[in-house]
Design a protein around this ligand. Structure first.
Ligand SMILES: NC(=O)C1=CN([C@@H]2O[C@H](COP(=O)(O)OP(=O)(O)OC[C@H]3O[C@@H](n4cnc5c(N)ncnc54)[C@H](O)[C@@H]3O)[C@@H](O)[C@H]2O)[C@@H](O)CC1
Ligand SMILES: Nc1ncnc2c1ncn2[C@@H]1O[C@H](COP(=O)(O)OP(=O)(O)O)[C@@H](O)[C@H]1O
Ligand SMILES: [K+]
Length: 472
């Protein structure tokens, strides 16, 4: 799992560690990890021309000490100082190693620059950049950027953007990830993120991203004693308005994770579902979880009510989302930004610029698991939940090719099958939804291989994605 801690949590851990270490040791660890990552990124240091953008705080200090290490390895290093108060010991170390410095006002990027190191601000920075930093970045446009800890200017705890900020090719962070490394829109400006362990002792994070090991631990797999009912039955009431969505949600649910799939829908579509998925049982009956709303059109409200009457968890997608009311029990809501905007009566842009804020708001308001789809899908747990573990999972699997019509229907069906199969082994709805998003993205990446895919391709690749996790 990748954990993302808030700035106050990092600061508290830093205070404890600083008290136990000699002066300067923590920054030396950070700078050494940073210099190593830069050498990896450039493929060497000798002969490279590196410009450090240095602000007034310890983030600039990290850049200066790393610059000193790079200068000793033969790089030509220039520190551009955005403040007269740049870290004195770091600046002295850079000068001793043969690096140079100048005030920002005197800098001009004559000749080739191989790399910009962004040490303007780190976790002490307010969102946005001052005009002098913006001008320097404009002058150095096109040069690869390595951000120290975070791309300067982004909202570190919120993952939001407010004004100018750095866009990095590589971000080298220390001790733990911060929310901005995982959550869009900021995460899209971090480039590749590398974590340097500096020995911080941290509490449970609010935000986390599942890794393969977590998925392997959480995913329900059948035992020798399993039969189809103990493996869970998932039911779908989908496709009443748009038949394709009924077929695709059934394809997602028929990935083999649940013991049985039931389909309830219009007669003509039921025949098509049976033809496409002969193993699906047509008609109602006992289920461990329902999926409703995918392509349901005007039938969505009725489908949701019928599903709720069974008292089992319900995955609510697409057309059924507008019928959700606070107090409906055991729901997983799977909106995209436009759907969540309608549910909360705010603008879509507002959801897209503050997804972490709004997914939490929605989970608290509806007291439900809310999965907000996007490049970085966020999954928040209900306001009343006191389960251990992060409040928000961020999904980092997938490919932009997954942004294709019907992919959401496959996801809803897949999550329904995981909820059903997890029912008897105590898998929580929050973790089940996160597992679904992870496998959906992994299946898309496998199916895509770098090229275009359809939603049906994603459904067809779920088995392979599961196999890779289960067999290691
Ligand atoms: N906290 C930790 O555990 C560690 C922190 N380290 C480094 O220390 C950094 C934090 O250092 P600081 O607390 O000194 O804070 P920063 O270096 O992030 O910022 C320092 C100062 O910049 C100014 N500032 C704030 N917003 C600005 C903006 N938008 N534009 C221009 N100037 C702005 C303020 O005067 C602020 O006090 C981390 O990001 C990391 O790079 C590492 O050295 C090692 C361990
Ligand atoms: N840029 C992107 N990169 C990766 N995945 C994306 C991107 N944009 C959307 N997705 C994913 O594609 C799927 C689209 O679902 P959705 O918007 O509900 O489509 P539909 O309603 O047509 O089924 C979601 O799983 C979402 O997370
Ligand atoms: K920075």
């Amino acid at each position: 799992m990748r954990s993302a801690h808030r700035v106050d949590q990092v600061r508290a851990a830093e205070v404890r560690l600083l008290a136990a270490l000699p002066d300067g040791a923590l920054m030396a660890r950070a700078a050494s990890g940073l210099a190593t990552a830069i050498i990896d990124f450039l493929g060497g240091a000798r002969g490279r021309r590196i410009v450090l953008l240095v602000g007034s705080g310890d983030n600039g200090g990290d850049a200066l000490f790393a610059g000193a290490l790079l200068a000793r390895r033969g790089a030509g290093v220039t520190a551009v100082l955005l403040s007269p108060d740049a870290h004195p010991a770091g600046l002295a170390a850079l000068h001793r190693a043969g690096g140079t410095s100048c005030p920002a006002a005197d800098f001009s990027a004559r000749g080739t620059v191989d790399l910009v190191v962004d040490g303007i601000v780190g976790i002490g920075g307010r969102p946005g950049l001052r005009p002098d930093a913006v001008a320097l970045l404009a002058e150095l446009e096109g040069v690869p950027v390595v951000a120290v800890d975070v791309p300067s200017g982004v909202g570190v705890d919120s993952g939001e953007l407010a004004g100018a900020h750095v866009t990095a090719d590589l971000t080298v962070t220390f001790g733990t990830h911060k929310p901005c490394h995982l959550i869009d829109p900021a995460a899209a400006h971090c480039g590749v993120v590398t974590l340097v362990d500096i020995g911080l002792d941290l509490p449970t994070a609010d935000v986390g991203a599942l890794g393969t090991t977590d998925v392997s631990r959480l995913l329900p797999v059948p035992s020798h004693h399993s039969h189809k009912y103990t493996r869970g039955v998932v039911g779908l009431r989908t496709g009443g308005g748009y038949p394709g969505a009924g077929l695709l949600s059934t394809a997602g649910a028929s990935s083999g994770l649940a013991g049985m799939v039931r389909y309830v829908g219009p007669d003509g579509l039921t025949d098509q579902v049976r033809a496409a998925h002969p193993e699906v049982v047509a008609g109602g009956g006992r289920v461990n979880a329902w999926v409703v709303g995918c392509g349901s059109g005007d039938e969505a409200g009725r489908e949701l009510d019928e599903a709720l009457a069974d008292g089992v968890p319900v995955v609510v997608d697409a057309d059924a989302l507008v019928h959700v009311r606070p107090g409906m029990p055991r729901l997983i809501l799977t909106p995209h930004a436009g759907e969540l905007a309608r549910m909360l009566d705010v603008e879509r842009d507002e959801i897209e610029s503050r997804p972490l804020h709004w997914v939490r708001e929605a989970a608290a308001h509806f007291d439900a698991v809310v999965l907000l789809k996007g490049r970085r899908t966020l999954i928040a747990r209900p306001g009343s939940s006191s389960a251990p573990g992060p409040h928000v999972w961020v999904n980092t699997t997938g490919t932009p090719w997954l942004a294709t019509a019907g992919a959401g229907d496959v996801l809803a069906g897949l999550i329904g099958s995981i909820v059903a199969s997890g029912d008897q082994v105590g898998l929580g709805l929050h973790d089940a939804a996160a597992l679904g998003a992870w496998l959906h993205g992994a299946a898309a990446t496998l199916a895509s291989g770098g090229g275009p895919i359809t939603a049906g391709d994603v459904a067809a690749a779920i088995g392979d994605a599961v196999r890779r996790v289960v067999t290691g």
